[in-house]
Structures are given as C-alpha cells and as structure tokens.
Write a protein that binds this ligand. Structure first.
Ligand SMILES: [Zn+2]
Length: 67
C-alpha cells in the first residue's frame, strides 16, 4: 500500500502492475509521482518543469524520413 506523500490518500498501487520509473498520479490531489523504487516503495514528486505542457501519448509522431 502506498500513500500519497501530499495528501496521504491511498494510491492503491499494485506492485505487480507498476515499474520503477513509472509515473503515477494521485487521484485525490492530482500530484504526479515517479516510482523511484518498488522495495521499499519510494515515490518522488514530479515537478512540472518540462517544457511540454501536455504529454499526450500519441502526440505528433516524429516524422522519420526513410530515405
Ligand atoms: Zn494526493
């Protein structure tokens, strides 16, 4: 069981379904956390310092010129 460091909501993370380096969001306060380690479970708040405002899964794919 993992508690949100910000609001102590149970994040309900399943160790089987998470991976180190993955980003999880607290459903309660919306804070994003990076999973640093699974044993013990350690979460690192992700600062929104990225230049990308929205990180869409399928942004525009980078156009790769085949030739
Ligand atoms: Zn929270």
């Amino acid at each position: 069981m993992a508690l949100c460091p910000e609001c102590e909501t149970d994040l309900d993370l399943d160790e089987e379904e998470i991976e180190e380096g993955e980003i999880v969001s607290c459903p309660e306060c919306g804070t994003d956390f990076e999973i640093v380690t699974k044993h013990p479970l350690e979460l690192n708040p992700v600062d929104e310092l990225d230049e990308d405002d929205d990180e869409d899964d399928e942004d525009e794919e980078e156009e790769e010129s085949d030739y």
